[in-house]
Design a protein around this ligand. Structure first.
Ligand SMILES: C[S@@+](CC[C@H](N)C(=O)[O-])C[C@H]1O[C@@H](n2cnc3c(N)ncnc32)[C@H](O)[C@@H]1O
Length: 405
């Protein structure tokens, strides 16, 4: 496909996303009905779509498209079109739109006079547009992050570097760097965790490289690994990953200690990849639990990597930024409290309950923990940390809570 045809395809996919279709599904559906597109085309189109998702408001401003609904942070009421969004993002990333809007076969039609006039001068943007943040969240983020809020939000407008976790149970970080170099991938040690690497650039097909296929290295954000580094883990412990999802943290824990790992998720489908990944990494999973068979008994360590706004990971999952509403945030806080209460009942006396989110918001982090501690006097906070996206990984939070009685 030509670069112009890729831009036209991205615009068509953005139309569907603006119409309510989740981006991953829109990309998959597009690929299914356009089988001529090779893997390089699909990856390039995905990059274009995700670039706009991260910078939706500023792209709309540059393309003279309607803004998102300002109070709810959603695009549902004003659906800007993919053509204008692509136009705006090309302009703001320094590309010449005329090179893509050619009117050639498979390309978008040439720029109209109105579009040419619209992009002639940079638009006047309000702060939320410039930072690509829903307006209702700005005061919350200002209160929670102080004078770093703008810097953090600007970071979240860009693509996240590719983080890897070395399975230290099987290979050292230096050996991993060498193994990757043999595959033509350059990676450096990342300061957030002894197991973390960051890859130079955005190489295609990374997941299919031998060290990843063989379970020696996993894709994982460095801050996610740093959260696991803070957990009190010893060999032989009985550990429950209460919100295990795809098992990223279970496998990271297993890389640190030969413990007995149990996994649970309210949506067992989310754990579908866990068994093959665990097998590749050489990690036995002692128990898998779901809503039909909830976990029982006393665990030495229960990790709750709770569902959250995902605000620390908006680079990776930018749709979440626009889908979040005050009502959704309230619902998440409710769920987080329920998860903490359930997990507390599964933590043995003297054991540890660890609460983590990839959220930047105090409401989901410090305030959730404070509310839990005021409900359950048996626990005391003994550690924890907040990770900022300015440290090179996702924004994360973890609190270590010890059960004392
Ligand atoms: C942040 S994700 C977990 C990511 C995972 N720990 C990892 O590192 O790959 C949160 C998970 O919590 C699950 N979840 C949502 N509500 C839950 C609940 N009430 N109890 C347990 N798990 C829940 C979701 O299905 C989702 O898989």
């Amino acid at each position: 496909m030509t670069p112009a045809a890729r831009v036209a395809s991205a615009a068509a996919i953005l139309d569907r996303v603006a119409g309510g279709e989740p981006a991953e599904r829109a990309l998959t559906n597009w690929a299914r009905s356009n089988r001529y597109a090779g893997s390089g085309d699909r990856a390039a189109i995905r990059d274009l779509v995700f670039g706009v998702l991260r910078r939706w408001r500023s792209a709309a401003a540059h393309g003279a498209a309607p803004d998102v609904t300002p109070d709810a942070g959603q695009w549902a009421d004003h659906r800007p079109d993919g053509r204008r969004l692509m136009l705006g993002d090309l302009v703001q990333t320094g590309e010449d739109p005329a090179a893509f809007f050619t009117g050639d076969r498979f390309a978008l039609g040439p720029l109209s006079d109105e579009e040419t006039a619209a992009i002639a001068d940079p638009p006047a943007m309000e702060r939320g547009q410039r930072l690509d943040c829903p307006d209702w969240m700005l005061p919350i983020l200002d209160a929670d992050m102080g004078d770093r809020a703008d810097e953090v939000l600007l970071t979240l407008r860009e693509r996240s570097p590719v983080g890897l976790r070395v399975n230290l149970a099987r290979i050292s970080r230096e050996e991993a760097i060498t193994a990757l170099a043999q595959e033509g991938i350059t990676a450096q040690a990342h300061p957030l965790s002894p197991s973390a690497l960051v890859v130079d650039g955005f190489p295609r097909g990374l997941a299919a490289k031998a060290p990843l296929r063989d379970g020696l290295i996993e894709m994982q954000d460095p801050a996610s690994q740093a959260v696991v580094d803070l957990l009190p883990l010893d060999p032989g412990m009985r550990v429950l990953d209460y919100c295990a999802g795809g098992g990223g943290k279970t496998l990271a824990m297993a890389g640190r200690a030969r413990a007995e790992f149990h996994v649970h998720d309210a949506d067992p489908g989310r754990m579908a990849d866990l068994a093959p990944r665990a097998e590749r990494a050489g990690v036995p999973i002692a128990g898998t639990w779901g809503p039909a068979a909830p976990p029982e008994g006393d665990f030495d360590l229960v990790l709750c990597d709770a569902p959250c706004s995902g605000s620390g990971a908006w680079r990776r999952s930018p749709e979440g930024k626009w889908a979040l509403t005050p009502a959704r945030l309230d619902a998440l806080r409710q769920i987080q409290g329920e998860i903490l209460d359930r997990a507390a009942a599964l933590t043995r006396k003297g054991g540890t309950l660890a609460y983590a989110t990839c959220s930047l918001l105090r409401a989901e982090n410090e305030e959730a923990v404070a509310a839990f501690l005021s409900r359950d006097g048996r626990f005391r906070q003994t550690g924890g940390r907040r990770f900022s996206p300015l440290e090179g990984g996702d924004g994360f939070f973890v609190a270590i809570l010890e059960r004392q009685s």
